[in-house]
Design a protein around this ligand. Structure first.
Ligand SMILES: Nc1ncnc2c1ncn2[C@@H]1O[C@H](COP(=O)(O)OP(=O)(O)OP(=O)(O)O)[C@@H](O)[C@H]1O
Length: 613
């Protein structure tokens, strides 16, 4: 038998187009051919189950053979094979029309940008790297004759009978000169590993096993142990630390999807713009970049998602608007929420341990998805400063409401804000630690969601409960009717030479600190936001208030020194010094300010030492 014909009924020059359009993504030809081989084997397995066909006991396998001297690469399978009629139908018509349809879809666009997977191009992608392709095949059907189809990259093909004796198909590519890279053994081995590592059929490359198989996600969760999940994670991410926990996804309605998502330990250098999860389609790797399917806030999750229902050969904008894709994204988000709730309920200690790593994306997630917020709002936890304990918002409010009138105090820096924290703690008021860069957004978000929630950073105002109100009202000067507090305010404004500086004098219930600075909450948040948006360090707020603590011995002595008309220079140095110390806990000094501060410290000490002698 010998038959010749012309493939093209529509486009005369499809092969040059294939080469040109997909030049940058040539690699995928191997994935397409191996997927076809795997399909041919699954089809035969299915037929085997139905009893219509029985193998002679040989293992199913795919072979990839590289012959450098002959400059050929051959992909063979012992699957279903094709009869001459099937070759005509599937290779000449079906494969051709799918390749043509594919190209028509993408002409005029930036192919690489638009497509996340090229499934659908299929068999004809072989012509991206081959000047000639031969397909040698024998169908499983008894009495079939083997046929050899060949085509040299023009639109003409040749079909002859072949002396092939084994069932299955071999596709031999005569690699063209521009594609010599595919004659490199290491390159082919990498491609097989990259795309086909988890295909559940052995792939032998030049006789050696080249894929792992065992896609863990297709197994039933009940049959798997923690060790299996950890071992699989380690295989996927050999440099990663042990994952915190994981979710096994498995659904077949309203779409088919299986996968395993791992919650990794968050690394400081993590790139939130890059998805870490690998997308598969029937165990064949498609892409690392699946933002549309894995919502961006879950980008740090790792693992594998496999779904034949994700439309792959489509543009990103299509994916974003596709109903199934949206449902898949919702499904994944819901499963993540469920898993977190389960951990919170069943292993609270572990949840707390993991919080350090997972809080960032949970916070990011609740701010990005109302549904996710609704799901996890009751398991958002907050560390209590100075205690080895976490709390939910409602528990905090409940415990502290008598003292704070519903306000939630928080610190963004437990070191620098220690005096404020100690002051509140001395009155049994708990302080929450919110020190991640995302927290100023998060705090505002929570306030918008809950009208009864009001956050105040420890340095934004002084709670009534930390003040001795009556002491400050004491009248000392019968001539001017001024209280001690009013006198102190005037003294500081005058000595600091800043008549417009806001100064308050208060009798704090702790005598430890001479003065603290207060930064108004709302103004500070606005500055923080704009610093974040402009990616600049936050400017220090001019609109701050200096609170002088009249309970503090230094302040009391200072006032006595002033009352008795003592060393005026020393009074002014101390006022400046007290202000500087309060400022220092809020910002770092530049070189000039630091120089002055050190100079003044020396002056104060010298004067005090002189007086003491
Ligand atoms: N190794 C093979 N064994 C048996 N049949 C094959 C083999 N390779 C291709 N075919 C047949 O040729 C058809 C066309 O292949 P092609 O790769 O172009 O598209 P597809 O596999 O149907 O779809 P897609 O690649 O888009 O998933 C296949 O559907 C199949 O019937």
């Amino acid at each position: 038998m010998k038959e010749t014909g012309s493939i093209s009924v529509h486009t005369e020059n499809i092969f040059p187009i294939i080469k040109r359009w997909l030049y940058s993504d040539k690699d995928i030809f191997l994935r397409e051919l191996i997927s076809n081989a795997a399909d041919a084997i699954s089809k035969l397995r299915l037929i085997g189950y139905s009893g219509e066909f029985q193998t002679s006991g040989e293992e199913y396998e795919i072979r990839v053979d590289l012959d450098k001297d002959a400059r050929t690469l051959t992909v063979s399978d012992n699957g279903i094979g094709m009869t001459a009629e099937e070759v005509k139908k599937y290779i000449n018509q079906v494969a051709f029309s799918s390749a043509e349809e594919f190209l028509q879809k993408y002409q005029g666009g930036d192919v690489k940008q638009q497509i996340i997977g090229h499934f659908g191009l299929g068999f004809y992608s072989a012509f991206m790297v081959a000047r000639r392709v031969e397909l040698d095949t024998l169908s499983y059907k008894s009495g079939s004759e083997a046929v050899l189809w060949s085509c040299d990259g023009t639109t003409a093909f040749e079909l002859t009978s072949s002396n092939r004796a084994e069932r299955g198909t071999s596709v031999k590519l005569f690699i063209d000169d521009e594609s010599a890279e595919f004659l490199d053994e290491a390159k082919i081995r990498d491609l097989i590993r990259n795309y086909c590592d988890f295909l559940p059929v052995p792939i032998l490359f030049n006789g050696e096993g080249a894929n792992r198989q065992k896609p863990l996600w297709t197994q039933s969760p009940g049959s798997l142990k923690d060790e299996d999940y950890k071992e699989f994670y380690n295989y996927l991410y050999p440099l990663g630390e042990e994952p915190l926990f994981w979710i096994h996804l498995n659904t077949d309605y309203p779409f088919n999807l299986q996968g395993i998502l791992y919650f990794p330990r968050l690394r400081a250098d993590l790139d939130w713009t890059k998805g870490q999860t690998r997308l598969f389609c029937n165990q064949v790797f498609v892409s690392n970049n699946v933002e549309e399917i894995i919502p961006q806030f879950l980008a740090p999750l790792q693992g594998a998602v496999d779904s034949p229902d994700i439309p792959l050969n489509v543009s990103r904008s299509f994916l974003q608007n596709d109903r199934t894709v949206r449902r898949i994204a919702d499904y994944i988000t819901r499963k993540v929420g469920d898993r977190l709730k389960e951990l919170y309920k069943e292993d609270y200690e572990r949840y707390v341990q993991c919080w350090k790593d997972i809080n960032m994306f949970i916070k990011y997630g609740v701010m990005n998805s109302d549904k996710f917020y609704e799901q996890v709002k009751d398991i958002l936890i907050f560390e209590i400063a100075g205690e080895d304990r976490f709390t939910t918002l409602s528990d905090y409010i409940e415990r502290n409401k008598e003292r704070t009138a519903g306000k939630l105090y928080y610190t963004s820096d437990t070191g620098a804000q220690a005096p404020y924290i100690d002051l509140l703690k001395s009155q049994d008021i708990e302080v929450l630690v919110l020190d991640a860069y995302i927290d100023s957004h998060f705090v505002s978000f929570l306030e918008r969601q809950n009208s009864d929630v009001r956050f105040a950073r420890v340095d934004s105002d002084l709670d009534e409960s930390v003040l001795h109100k009556d002491k400050a009202a004491e009248i000392v000067d019968p001539h001017t009717n001024k209280t001690r507090s009013e006198q102190l305010i005037e003294l500081f404004q005058q000595k600091l030479g800043q008549a417009r500086l806001k100064v308050r004098a208060e009798a704090l219930k702790s005598e430890a600190t001479p003065a603290v600075l207060l930064l108004p909450e709302s103004l500070r948040r606005i500055k923080e936001m704009s610093a974040l948006v402009n990616q600049k360090p936050m400017e220090f707020l001019d609109d701050h208030t200096l609170v002088v603590n009249t309970s503090n011995p230094l302040i009391q002595n200072l006032q006595r020194l002033e009352d008795t008309g003592g060393d005026e220079k020393l009074v002014s140095l101390i006022c400046q010094h007290v202000y500087d110390l309060a400022l220092l806990s809020q910002k770092s000094f530049d070189a000039a300010a630091m120089g002055q501060f050190i100079q003044r410290s020396n002056d104060v000490l010298t004067r005090l030492a002189t007086r003491a002698v």
